[in-house]
Design a protein around this ligand. Structure first.
Ligand SMILES: *Cc1c(COP(=O)(O)O)cnc(C)c1O
Length: 362
């Protein structure tokens, strides 16, 4: 493992801000309980420090995507509930049981694989995502044949909304109505509905347990509303070299940008192999001491070039830190420029980028 001081890129995660976002989500969701989604290495932020800090902030229920993530989290936290969204795959039963992981059952086949007295599970009902979860016909079959559960204790009946980030979208009401109708025939159980956005949309969208992910890490859960959460991550990279280029020169692969005036270029040691999207070539922007600098030329595998002509020479030397996210550059701005969403940017930040933690708890 490299140390932060040697890494060319550093992702700083503010654990106090993370805990404040958890508090904010808990208050918004109240009286629903607030869980935390820490799949994909806690959205790239590092599951160890993140999960421990959230547990200290009072979180008792964690969601992960896979068995492997569940096993890793169980090593970190002994006394919390861990729900595995992929459910129980062919040979996973024993490993789940041994680590006291609770599968989210997504089909009748998964139910029969897991069914045994005393075992606990979440039942996932698909109400319109058509991705994972019991479909309507399967729920009806389960209602007709409740013995299929064979003594499984159902902790929650869950569903997932396709358009929670657009609260006015009619899909939300349709899915909620379908959920109410489908679960009515099942044995009474608590419900889990909302993601980050759902936590802000009232009891109908929360259920008894909300499952926020992106908002914990400072991402905006809404497409058209101001972000109710505070930033948690700052992605910085060091300048490797500064050079002056003459009028008429071009830069980078494909010579996609040509300078019409003499310019000064700063090259950083982060590229698309680190998760800085190649789509940001000639359209992205970073910041140096709060001053915006545009990406010029293509993003390379390990390098990206910025036009720093507008900055005083003494402020842009080798070793100087450039803000890729944070320091005046919003996660959503980077995502939009790259034609994607904050989730993909965060979860794509690569292994070469050192994670460092600020705030109480590490
Ligand atoms: C990833 C995920 C979440 C978290 O969603 P955010 O939009 O990040 O808050 C919640 N529920 C399920 C089923 C998920 O897969």
């Amino acid at each position: 493992m490299h140390t932060a001081s040697h890494a060319t890129g550093v992702l700083s995660v503010d654990l106090d801000a993370l805990a404040r976002n958890y508090d904010r989500l808990s208050r918004a969701a109240d009286p629903a309980e607030c869980g935390a989604v820490v799949k994909a290495n806690a959205y790239g932020c590092g599951v160890g420090p993140v999960a421990r800090r959230l547990a200290r902030a009072g979180c008792r229920r964690f969601f992960v995507a896979t068995l492997a993530e569940g096993l890793e989290l169980r090593e970190l936290l002994d006394d919390v509930e861990i729900y595995v969204l992929e459910g129980v795959l062919e040979t996973a039963g024993e490993a789940l049981s041994k680590a006291r992981l609770v599968p989210v059952l997504n089909s009748l086949a998964q139910i029969s694989r897991w069914a045994a007295p005393g075992r606990r599970a979440v039942l996932h009902i698909d109400t319109g995502m058509h991705r994972l979860g019991l479909e309507a016909a399967e729920v009806e079959q389960l209602v007709a044949e409740p013995e299929r559960l064979a003594g499984i204790e159902v902790c929650y009946v869950m569903t997932h909304l396709a358009c929670a980030d657009e609260p006015e979208d009619e899909h939300n009401a349709e899915q909620l109505a379908r959920f109410a109708a489908l679960k009515a025939g099942l044995p009474a159980a608590k419900t889990s509905i909302g993601n980050t956005a759902g936590a802000f949309l009232g009891p109908t969208h929360c259920g008894d347990l909300v499952r926020p992910g992106i908002g914990l890490y400072g991402g905006n859960p809404f497409v058209r509303r101001a972000n109710p959460l505070e930033p948690v991550v700052r992605w910085q990279a060091r300048i490797l070299q500064v050079r002056d280029v003459p009028k008429g020169a071009s830069i980078g692969y494909g010579a996609t940008h040509r300078f019409t005036e003499p310019a000064r270029i700063a090259t950083i040691g982060v590229g698309y192999a680190d998760g800085y999207p190649r789509a940001l070539g000639n359209v992205g922007a970073a910041a140096i001491d709060g001053v915006r600098v545009p990406v010029v030329g293509r993003v390379s595998m390990d390098l990206t070039t910025f036009d720093v002509t507008g900055l005083p020479r003494e402020r842009v030397g080798e070793g100087k830190l450039v803000d890729l996210i944070g320091g005046g550059i919003a996660l959503e701005e980077v995502a939009a420029a790259a034609g994607t969403i904050g989730y993909e940017i965060l979860t794509g930040i690569g292994k070469r980028v050192a994670r460092v933690y600020t705030g109480e708890g590490e």
